[in-house]
Design a protein around this ligand. Structure first.
Ligand SMILES: C[S@@+](CC[C@H](N)C(=O)[O-])C[C@H]1O[C@@H](n2cnc3c(N)ncnc32)[C@H](O)[C@@H]1O
Length: 264
């Protein structure tokens, strides 16, 4: 279960990639724009200013996230849906998916399907975190491997692999798109007040730790959290009241091919 409040704790840091992704989409007056995995909808709602005449839709598979998005009372049409079942309409000129596909096994096939089903000259703009080899995720996997809970947690640990920018560029170029792909490592400076949880632990609670918390009994979760907190404090020491948290993200913007008559 997703908790919109916990997820939004680091709203500033989490929103920046969305804006940097959208900065590379030059659609002037798209007919329909869809945000796949829109989460709490706060970022989707900002699209109203950019494309006031477009039909805007936000889809997410979490009822909690969609409830939060609907409560924004924005002109965006928010609905519950799994991105794996989604097909673009004939007027879908822009598709955005920010920090979602790392949760979706088989998303490379989905991307190719979307690229083929979208109308000509449509935009497909995607960002995925590329941080599974960072100390934060290594620490999480090390704690999850403890005999006490490894059988419970092994099936939950994310198996979806995320490509690098060149991998997605090749995939979508082969599907007939013009591709702009890049990677960025942000260094988030997270405040670490004394006597509070380590900020990287708080960050992970909004995303990667969610399924683990849901799977463990309360006492085990408390032990898990405590041990992970110690490891994170070693990996990301507090300096001048903050921690330096590098976070790599992979971006790609694909534009579907020209209509057949333009190619002749
Ligand atoms: C890290 S949040 C990102 C939310 C939003 N895009 C943003 O940038 O703030 C990931 C979101 O992906 C959604 N999600 C994960 N798998 C999904 C799927 N198969 N279909 C639809 N949404 C999915 C989750 O429910 C969650 O809201």
């Amino acid at each position: 279960m997703w908790d919109p409040t916990t997820y939004l704790r680091f709203g500033d840091e989490r929103s920046r990639p969305f804006h940097e992704l959208l900065a590379r989409v030059s659609a002037a007056r798209p007919r329909a724009v869809v945000d796949l995995g829109c989460g709490p909808g706060t970022l989707t709602a900002t699209l109203v200013d950019r494309w006031p005449d477009s039909r805007l839709t936000g889809l997410d598979s979490s009822a909690e996230m969609i409830a939060r998005a609907v409560a924004l009372d924005s002109p965006v049409d928010f609905a519950l849906a799994d991105v794996r079942d989604w097909h673009p309409g004939p007027d879908t000129d822009v598709v955005i998916s920010n920090a979602v596909l790392q949760w979706v096994p088989g998303h490379r096939d989905l991307l190719v399907r979307w690229a083929r089903e979208l109308p000509a000259r449509a935009w497909l703009a995607v960002q995925v975190p590329g941080n599974v080899d960072e100390p934060s995720h290594r620490a999480l996997r090390a704690v999850a491997a403890r005999p006490a809970w490894r059988d419970t947690l092994a099936p939950l640990l994310r198996k979806t692999t995320v490509d690098d920018a060149a991998g997605y560029a090749q995939l979508l170029t082969a599907a007939g798109c013009a591709v702009d792909a890049w990677e960025t490592t942000y260094v988030h400076l997270l405040p670490a007040p004394v006597d509070t949880d380590h900020p990287v632990l708080s960050w992970l609670e909004g995303t990667a730790l969610r399924p683990i918390r849901a799977a463990l009994p309360a006492a085990d979760w408390s032990d898990f959290r405590a041990e992970l907190g110690v490891r994170l404090a070693e990996a990301y020491p507090v300096r001048q009241g903050q921690v330096y948290f590098p976070f790599r993200r992979v971006f790609f913007v694909a534009r579907t091919g020209a209509p057949v008559e333009e190619k002749q």
